[in-house]
Design a protein around this ligand. Structure first.
Ligand code: HEM
Length: 298
């Protein structure tokens, strides 16, 4: 009896990923809006405005760090949330909650992908180049997709304002839409609220100690500077080192897209448990191995 009660207690605490996800989404929205008061999406001004946020705006460096590291913690906890839902077979019992959580994971990754281009340091420039290469290499739609993404044939201020519009308007709008559609009642238990509160304190302290990086501009960059993406994309950055250039779009966009689609429609598939287990288990293994390899080889 007591052992059962203990097990239920542990289970309830493991179930608090939803509260943490909602808190981290709130942090992204709030800090994003604060950053947007100063940020100017133009290749001439973006770097200077982010430097201004870092050096002059009161608590600007901390707010930017909350946004930077918050996006990484959010990706991690949303992935853990999806794994927990999968283990609870939510795709059978609560399919809309399941679909909403998988779609949110895709949107949050897209938020990170567009966000890393915004500070317009050397790292941002290379991350935009990689996004351009991945989209451009897509079969059939690649040429048009690249033109659309860049807002022309070359990276320019139009590219940056396009990324900013997707980052600060389109993607957050879709995230709010998903939350409203599912009426995600994340904070439905006291434990959820406590876990979210503790996690916020941990993130706030982490950001006091570790500042979001702002690298050199491409003009200031020395030959030794090696730009690396944020933590949630290290697995991709490392994986792309092992695949021939012609397959980069397949590995970087097509396969993750298929994996997300399989998860979204998991409730309708025969052998759902096996398919979900392979996609999530294989994905987690790839992420852990490649991220570790990226840190070790740094
Ligand atoms: C889930 C939602 C979001 C995610 C995952 C996300 C992620 C990111 C990331 C990774 C960066 C780059 C940070 C860096 O290293 O410099 C960034 C920058 C930025 N984001 Fe967001 N963001 C989100 C929502 C928002 C919202 C709602 C807004 C505004 C309405 C916003 C405004 C900005 C601005 C202005 C920057 C440029 C400033 C900077 O780079 O420090 N973000 N975002």
């Amino acid at each position: 009896m007591t052992r059962n009660a203990d097990r239920t207690e542990i289970h309830s605490w493991l179930d608090t990923t939803s509260g943490i996800v909602l808190m981290l989404l709130g942090v992204q929205f709030l800090t994003g809006i604060l950053l947007a008061f100063y940020y100017v999406p133009s290749t001439y001004h973006a770097y200077a405005t982010v430097e201004f946020i870092e050096k002059t705006v009161s608590s600007g460096a901390w707010i930017r760090s909350l946004h930077h590291y918050g996006s990484q913690w959010l990706s991690l906890f949303l992935f853990l949330h999806v794994i927990r839902l999968f283990l609870n077979e939510a795709y059978v019992h609560s399919n809309t909650h399941w679909i909403a959580s998988v779609v949110l994971l895709g949107l949050v990754m897209a938020g990170g992908g567009t966000g890393y281009s915004l500070p317009w340091d050397a790292r941002a420039f290379f991350s935009t180049r990689i996004a351009e290469g991945l989209v451009g290499g897509l079969p059939f739609a690649g040429r048009l997709g690249r033109l659309w993404l860049l807002g022309g044939s070359e990276i320019s201020t139009l590219t940056l304002s396009r990324f900013f519009a997707m980052h600060a308007l389109v993607i957050p709008g879709l995230i709010v839409g998903v939350i409203v559609w599912r009426r995600l009642t994340f904070m439905n238990s006291q434990r959820n609220a406590i876990a979210a509160g503790l996690m916020f304190v941990a993130l706030a302290l982490w950001c006091l100690k570790f500042h979001a990086p702002l690298g050199p501009t491409t003009a200031q960059m020395g030959a030794e500077y090696a730009p690396r993406p944020g933590a949630q994309f290290l697995w991709l950055y490392q994986s792309l080192k092992y695949v021939p250039g012609g397959l980069a779009s397949i590995v970087g966009l097509v396969l993750p897209g298929i994996a997300l689609l399989l998860l979204v429609f998991l409730g309708r598939l025969r052998g759902a448990r096996l398919i979900g287990g392979v996609v999530l288990g294989g994905g987690a293994l790839l992420i852990i191995v490649m991220t570790t390899a990226a840190y070790v080889s740094a």
